[in-house]
Unconditional design. Structure first.
Length: 304
């Protein structure tokens, strides 16, 4: 009995470790029999592991996506944009059911407040993300941040839409997507002050690192909006790089630095763009533009 138990334990250990060599002859010539679900050594014939799980699709042929979806024996992938992460169980209602089973299905389809809250938030994230053409990773990251805020009960006394906008703004900055807070506020009816408060709450309560928005990633966007050429864009990028070496841009508005750099670049290439037009397009005040212009002009005189 002791020998049999030892052999069983050894086989279980080999299966858990998923050995890629034979423990008897120490050969690396291992083949996998897909039909039997076994891995066998070619030299000595030892069955190293058995009952291997097949993670692939079903073997039957399918000629359309509809047939493939019907023959799949797995559900949709886990997604942070779904209220239940895509792990919920759905009871089939096509078959004849008893009255008791119908009541069970009715209770199963009812959503809790947490799932209903996440459904509203996920719908809002997908709506704003589609309007801003945000990649999927940004929307999923924003949903994860919102879910953490909901678990910590940060939604009490705060608007769902304001928290969604704050989560999207942080996600865009963390993923280095050139979207400003003003662009996000265009597609939500939340008060900008509430969104900023929610953003500060997320940073403080979730202990998130504050991502800095590099003004360089905003240059192509506003160069196109102002209908300027590539030479102005190259010079503006060069100015921003020189400015970041001289000054710390962490606590400064990146759009103000961007507006001043584009304005100086327009002057250098004799492009007719006034301060008011640039400030209005980039959505900064002319005072901020002139303040950054004074700082940039001290550097440009020597190095540009």
């Amino acid at each position: 009995m002791n020998e049999v138990a030892f052999i069983k334990e050894k086989n279980m250990l080999n299966q858990e470790m998923e050995l890629n060599y034979c423990p008897e002859c120490e050969s690396n010539n291992i083949i996998v029999d897909q039909a039997r679900g076994e891995s066998v050594c070619i030299n000595c014939g030892l069955v190293i592991s058995h009952h291997i799980i097949d993670h692939g699709r079903e073997g039957r042929r399918s000629f359309s996506m509809d047939e493939k979806s019907k023959r799949d024996q797995t559900g949709s992938p886990v997604s942070a944009l779904l209220p239940d992460l895509g792990l919920a169980t759905v009871i089939d209602t096509n078959t004849a059911l008893s009255q008791r089973m119908k009541r069970i299905i009715k209770w199963n389809t009812r959503m809790s407040w947490s799932n209903r809250n996440m459904l509203i938030a996920a719908t809002e994230i997908k709506r704003i993300g589609s309007l801003l053409n945000l990649p999927l990773r940004v929307k999923e990251f924003a949903a994860k941040i919102y879910r953490q805020a909901f678990k910590l009960k940060l939604l009490r006394g705060r608007s769902i839409k304001a928290m969604v906008a704050a989560s999207l703004y942080y996600s865009c900055r963390a993923e280095r997507i050139p979207r400003t807070l003003q662009e996000i506020l265009k597609f939500t009816d939340s008060d900008p002050r509430d969104v900023r408060r929610c953003y500060r709450t997320l940073i403080r309560e979730l202990k998130l690192s504050v991502p800095t928005l590099d003004p360089i990633i905003l240059v192509p966007k506003y160069i196109t909006a102002l209908q300027l050429d590539n030479e102005v864009e190259k010079t503006a990028i060069k100015i921003i790089k020189l400015y970041s070496k001289k000054y710390n841009i962490a606590g400064r508005d990146p759009k103000g630095i961007l507006a001043a750099a584009i304005y100086v670049s327009c002057l250098h290439h004799h492009q007719n763009r006034s301060q008011s037009i640039i400030a209005k397009t980039i959505q900064v005040t002319e005072v901020t533009l002139r303040s950054r212009f004074k700082e940039i002009s001290k550097i440009i005189r020597v190095q540009l």
